[in-house]
Design a protein around this ligand. Structure first.
Ligand code: GLU
Length: 304
C-alpha cells in the first residue's frame, strides 16, 4: 500500500479544513504550543516508515502514556488488576468525578484520569524506583533510549491539577489508593509529561499491533491475550466520551491525549500516530480524528 501517496491526497483534501478546535489551556505549558503544528507517522510491523508534516517534532503525549502504564501494571498484576479498576467505557469527560462516588472509588477504566491514578498507585507499590523504572520500561518497549519526562510540563500540571487532586483524594477515602497522595500525583504528572514525536509514538505502540511482541528485538513484552485486552480497552475507552464516535468514524483501537496526539493500531499491519494540538469539546484532536477518518476510509483498514 502506498501510504505516502494517500497521506498527500488527504493533506490536499484537508487544506480548507476548518480547525476550530481549541488548544488545551488548563495546563499553562500546553497552551503555548503552536496550534498549527500537524504531523503524521505510520510504522508497519515490518519496519517501513511513512510520514507527513511535523512528524519529527516532540510534543507532550499526555494520556496516550496511560496505555504504557496500563501495560506494565497488567504485566505485574495480571487479572488481579481488575479488582481495582473496571473495563467499561465511562461516557464521561476524562477528569470527571461523578462516577467515582457511586462506584465506591473504583474507576470505570484505566484510561480516564481516575483509572490512570489507580494504575500509578499500583506501579508505585511494585517498583523500587517508580519514575526511573517506568521510563526504563518505556525505553525498552520503544527501543528509543532518549524518551523522557518533561519537567516543565510536570511543574505546569502540578500548579493547576485541582481535579486530579480531588480524584485521588476521593479514591483514597474509599481505600483504593494505597500510597501517599503526593507520591501518586508526582508519578502521574510525570507519566503525562512524557514527550515523543509522531515517529516515536508509532514505533513505541507497535507492540499492540504484533500481539505483544516488540518488533525491534522480537522480545515478547505482553502475552497475546493481554495485548488483545489492551486493544479492546482502547477501542471502548480510548477517547473518553467520544469513544463511540471514534469507533464509528475511524474503526481502530487507539488513544488520544490533550497534547493533541492520537495513536491508533491496525492489528498485524501498522501503528499510526497523528498530532494536531487543537482539541474538540471532548478533548480529542479535531483535525487528527478527521485525518484518521479519511485515512482508514481510503485504505479500508478499519478492523470492522
Ligand atoms: N495530564 C492530563 C490531565 O491529567 C491528561 C489528560 C489527557 O490527556 O486526557 O488532565
Amino acid at each position: 500500500m502506498n501510504y505516502k501517496k494517500i497521506f498527500s491526497e488527504i493533506d490536499v483534501e484537508l487544506e480548507n479544513f476548518k480547525d476550530n478546535g481549541t488548544i488545551a489551556n488548563y495546563i499553562p505549558e500546553l497552551s503555548i504550543v503552536n496550534p498549527t503544528k500537524f504531523g503524521v507517522h505510520l510504522t508497519t510491523i515490518n519496519g517501513k516508515h511513512f510520514s507527513l508534516g511535523n512528524a519529527d517534532e516532540k510534543f507532550s503525549i499526555q494520556s496516550i502514556a496511560k496505555v504504557l502504564s496500563l501495560t506494565l501494571a497488567y504485566k505485574l498484576e495480571s487479572e488481579k488488576l481488575w479488582k481495582r479498576v473496571g473495563v467499561e467505557p465511562s461516557g464521561k469527560p476524562f477528569d470527571s468525578l461523578i462516577q467515582l462516588e457511586t462506584n465506591k472509588g473504583i474507576p470505570r477504566n484505566p484510561l480516564i484520569n481516575a483509572g490512570a491514578l489507580v494504575i500509578c498507585d499500583i506501579l508505585i507499590s511494585h517498583l523500587k524506583n517508580p519514575k526511573k523504572d517506568f521510563i526504563a520500561f518505556v525505553r525498552t518497549i520503544s527501543g528509543i533510549t532518549t524518551i523522557d519526562y518533561c519537567p516543565r510540563i510536570v511543574a505546569s500540571e502540578k500548579s493547576t491539577g485541582y481535579r486530579n487532586t480531588a480524584l485521588v483524594n476521593l479514591m483514597k477515602s474509599f481505600g483504593n489508593i494505597k500510597n501517599d497522595i503526593d507520591v501518586v500525583m508526582d508519578f502521574y504528572f510525570n507519566l503525562c509529561s512524557i514527550e515523543m514525536t509522531c515517529k516515536e509514538l508509532s514505533q513505541t505502540f507497535l507492540f499492540l499491533a504484533t500481539s505483544g511482541v516488540l518488533p525491534h528485538s522480537k522480545e515478547r513484552i505482553l502475552s497475546k491475550s493481554k495485548s488483545k485486552r489492551i486493544n479492546a480497552i482502547m477501542q471502548l475507552c480510548g477517547f473518553y466520551d467520544e469513544a463511540g464516535e471514534f469507533s464509528f468514524k475511524v474503526g481502530l483501537p487507539g488513544k488520544s491525549g490533550v497534547g493533541g496526539g492520537i495513536m491508533a493500531i491496525y492489528p498485524n499491519k501498522y501503528c499510526i500516530a497523528v498530532w494536531s494540538p487543537k482539541l474538540n469539546k471532548k478533548g480529542n484532536s479535531l483535525k487528527g480524528i478527521k485525518f484518521l477518518e479519511l485515512f482508514t476510509t481510503k485504505t479500508q483498514t478499519s478492523i470492522f
